[in-house]
Design a protein around this ligand. Structure first.
Ligand SMILES: CNc1ncnc2c1ncn2[C@@H]1O[C@H](COP(=O)(O)O)[C@@H](O)[C@H]1O
Ligand SMILES: [Zn+2]
Length: 338
């Protein structure tokens, strides 16, 4: 089964750039950025992917500081983007929607951050022509609304010049921070001007915020862990897929075990869903492994894995021609693996 899943031309819709660098890629990046990997750096890499049974979501957000340091220069950021794409391509992901929070520091502005990422995506497309890459600009809800407004206006600007790559906005960051309603005007303006919205919703228990988010609407829902039965009916009626990230949820402690993952409820309710990695680096996983976990835990068979991939094609922010291309790749794969 794992071989079949590794070969499957998969579609990844929920991947944070700075969270998607595998441990060996972090070492590659360390060498590029610092010239060598010191013992101390290797120790930090090992600690980066370490979780214990009592790990909490809060700890994940502290972990990102380590990669953010590595990508705090133009060089680091460009390499990180290329390496993340390389890792997905190696796992036979045929389409990935990366998302990343534009940052500003002494080396770059938020506009330059996006520019470097978009340029690296373009050059990676030449180097790894089998994978198609899109980008969502992330709003970190722990940051001020003014930053969110700047992110939206930059995403709109890039959507004009690089509309084949920049397709939407993601709302993410520590769900215990910030107030969703404060971000509504920025998100609404993005949507009205043609950007798609993927929103981290119900990653933790917060019924009033979930209500606000569902009333506002979204193209896709990140995690959806604490959606009620009625909410699932809403998702089904409005054809909003839940981006399920099994390892992320279990390792960060928002779901207590794989068996209890809400993918089961989503399947039973026949509600839209997609399998994703979230942060394949931090959570030390791959999309193939996420599918494998789903087959092991919930008994999904090969054709259900294909159906899930088709659902991902359908819910991607790709153009209809691009979706058609993905489906053809799937058909070709099926012919080789009847
Ligand atoms: C574990 N569940 C999660 N829930 C919410 N937000 C998350 C996340 N995992 C990652 N991020 C968001 O993505 C950033 C890292 O990638 P970028 O620097 O943007 O490329 C994190 O700092 C956080 O804001
Ligand atoms: Zn996420």
């Amino acid at each position: 089964m794992l071989d079949f899943l590794k070969e499957l031309p998969k579609v990844e819709l929920h991947a944070h750039l700075n969270g998607s660098l595998s441990i060996s890629t972090l070492r590659d990046l360390g060498e590029k950025v610092y010239g060598e990997n010191t013992e101390e750096f290797l120790e930090l890499c090992a600690r980066f992917i370490k979780f214990d049974r009592n790990s909490k979501l809060e700890e994940c957000f502290e972990k990102f500081a380590f990669v953010h340091e590595l990508t705090s220069t133009e060089k680091g950021l460009r390499y990180a983007t290329e390496f993340a794409i390389r890792d997905f391509a190696q796992d036979n992901v045929q389409y990935v929607e990366l998302r990343t929070t534009p940052k500003a520091n002494s080396h770059y502005t938020r506009r330059e951050y996006l520019h470097y990422v978009v340029e690296s995506i373009r050059s990676a497309q030449t180097k790894y022509p089998k994978i198609m890459v899109k980008l969502l600009a992330s709003i970190n809800r722990a940051e001020p609304v003014a930053v969110a407004e700047e992110t939206v206006s930059l995403a709109l600007e890039f959507a004009k010049t690089d509309g084949d790559i920049v397709v939407g906005i993601d709302l993410s960051g520590n769900p215990a921070r910030g107030k969703f309603s404060d971000f509504i005007p920025a998100l609404r303006s993005a949507r009205e001007q043609g950007l798609k919205l993927a929103i981290h919703c119900a990653e933790i228990e917060n019924p009033s915020e979930i209500k606000e988010m569902l009333a506002f609407g979204m193209s896709r829902c990140g995690h959806g862990t604490y959606l009620s039965k009625d909410d699932l009916t809403h998702m089904k009626r409005h054809n909003i897929p839940v981006e399920c990230c099994l390892t992320s949820n279990v390792k960060s402690g928002t779901v207590s075990s794989y068996e209890e993952h809400h993918l089961k409820q989503l399947m039973e309710a026949e509600a839209p869903k997609v399998l994703c990695t979230d942060d394949s680096g931090v959570f030390d996983t791959t999309l193939s492994m996420e599918f494998h976990l789903a087959t092991q835990t919930f008994g999904l068979n090969r054709s259900q894995c294909i159906e899930l991939t088709k659902e991902a094609v359908h819910h991607s922010f790709a153009s209809s021609e691009e979706k058609q291309k993905m489906l053809i790749k799937l058909e070709e794969f099926l012919k080789r693996n009847p």
